[in-house]
Design a protein around this ligand. Structure first.
Ligand SMILES: *[C@@H]1O[C@H](CO)[C@@H](O)[C@H](O)[C@H]1NC(C)=O
Ligand SMILES: *[C@@H]1O[C@H](CO)[C@@H](O)[C@H](O)[C@H]1NC(C)=O
Ligand SMILES: *[C@@H]1O[C@H](CO)[C@@H](O)[C@H](O)[C@H]1NC(C)=O
Ligand SMILES: *[C@@H]1O[C@H](CO)[C@@H](O)[C@H](O)[C@H]1NC(C)=O
Ligand SMILES: *[C@@H]1O[C@H](CO)[C@@H](O)[C@H](O)[C@H]1NC(C)=O
Length: 383
């Protein structure tokens, strides 16, 4: 059995919370789809999750800025394309919102440093990264502009597989370093080597139901979290911070579909306890489009998250791939060209050609919009 490659191609579109165990029991291999059919395990939808989701308000303690000065906040880990490398990301400084705001120059305030090591009192390694800011501008009377704190991304390399690392991020010269956090690397790629648990979420938001989803997820101790689009829902707000429950009807009398970018900062703070430990892999959804001045889109998405795009040969934050043990994940972009003449298609062909099913027997592809849908929402959107 050991020599039979385990192969499956899964399209994960909208999954509320799926916890999947991919581990080996006493060295026995995972059955392949051809060993099936298996009885599907289905958990009935908890109807109380439907509708009436209430957003966490801006005075909820979980979304407050609790750091001072240039201390890092909204800290999170994401994976590079192979087990020996991860990204650490965080925000420093305060966002501005309102009239006549001025973008910060990330070069004038500090550097992006991560100190790390295998022991809490032996964080002797040091990596440097880059930083950037983004703005969300609306050239319309009555609308407010936003400019972000400084978003930092640092790539750590040379990591051992399946190993805990402690880290601190920030700028040691100010000094403004974070508390000590830790993460665990993925196992090395191979047909008998898998992360124990992978959580897949979509349409997360920042509601009281989000808190139960994340509590549930954390109590299941995932090794990796995939977020298949629709994260903060900052675009369900007007720029004055007033929320709008209904996406399609709330913006009829405003010149553009507005957003309230501080919701992204609240979301980053809320997520930190989980994602400062467990790597989070994000791919864009329709709520990340967030059109602004000059038809610019996806500004928050592209600035706040780190993506292993370059490492996986992609020239875009909209699609990339990575390995987690014996799984090759392909994160596809549903909101950029995906026809045969587009860059994504060309990249995907090259990416598939590089896959060695003896090393990564599982190939999992995800994207946000459902590929086929007969339901009223997203009906035939991608066909
Ligand atoms: C927001 O920025 C745009 C582009 O710079 C500008 O036209 C607009 O007046 C600004 N709005 C406010 C409220 O400052
Ligand atoms: C979802 O949130 C609503 C409103 O806060 C609440 O009434 C409902 O019980 C929540 N559902 C679950 C499963 O937590
Ligand atoms: C925000 O703007 C909307 C629409 O103009 C208005 O109904 C609402 O009261 C405003 N909220 C605040 C906090 O000013
Ligand atoms: C592929 O997509 C691009 C960009 O959306 C478009 O310009 C082009 O016409 C499309 N080509 C085909 C063959 O559909
Ligand atoms: C994303 O969010 C919207 C809610 O506005 C929802 O209608 C949509 O189904 C979500 N998921 C997908 C896969 O688009």
């Amino acid at each position: 059995m050991g020599t039979v490659p385990v192969s499956v191609f899964i399209v994960v579109a909208f999954v509320s919370v799926v916890m999947r165990r991919l581990s080996f029991v006493n060295g026995a291999a995972i059955p392949s789809t051809v060993d099936g059919p298996f009885k599907p395990v289905t958990v009935p939808l908890d109807k109380s999750f439907r509708g009436h989701a209430v957003d966490l308000p801006d005075n909820d303690p979980r979304v407050q800025r609790i750091v001072t000065g240039w201390e890092p906040e909204q800290i999170f880990v994401s994976l590079s394309s192979t087990h020996d490398s991860v990204w650490i990301s965080w925000i420093t400084g305060e966002f501005q919102i309102g009239e006549n705001i001025k973008e910060m120059d990330p070069k004038t305030v500090g550097s992006s440093v991560v100190k790390y090591g295998r022991w809490r009192f032996g964080m002797t390694k040091k990596a440097m990264g880059h930083s950037l800011v983004y703005s969300q501008l609306y050239p319309f009377k009555g609308l407010q502009n936003y400019t972000s704190g400084i978003s930092h991304h640092v790539r750590l390399t040379g990591l051992k597989p399946n190993t805990f690392y402690y880290y601190q991020c920030g700028d040691p010269s100010i000094p403004a370093m974070s508390d000590v956090h830790y993460f665990r690397t993925m196992p090395a790629s191979g047909p008998r080597s898998y992360p124990g648990r992978i959580a897949i979420i979509g349409d997360l938001g920042l509601t009281y139901n989000t808190t139960s989803t994340i509590d549930h997820l954390m109590s299941n101790h995932p090794n990796l979290v995939l977020l298949i689009g629709n994260a903060s829902y900052a675009n369900l707000y007007l720029t004055n911070g007033t929320g709008a429950d209904c996406y399609s009807c709330a913006f009829s009398d405003t010149p553009i579909h507005e957003t309230y970018q501080p919701r992204w900062d609240y979301w980053g703070r809320f997520m930190q306890p989980l994602v400062s430990k467990v790597p989070l892999m994000m791919i864009e959804g329709n709520h990340e489009i967030e059109e602004q001045i000059e038809k610019k889109t996806f500004a928050a998405y592209s600035a706040r998250f780190a993506f292993p795009s370059e490492e996986s040969g992609s020239s875009s934050t909209f699609y990339y791939s990575f390995n987690a043990g014996g799984i090759h994940f392909v994160m596809l972009g549903g909101y950029t060209d995906y026809n045969k003449s587009g860059d994504q298609y060309q990249w995907l062909k090259k990416d598939f050609a590089k896959v060695d099913r003896k090393v990564t027997p599982w190939l999992v592809a995800t994207w946000h919009p459902p590929w086929y849908s007969t339901y009223t929402a997203h009906y035939r959107e991608a066909e």
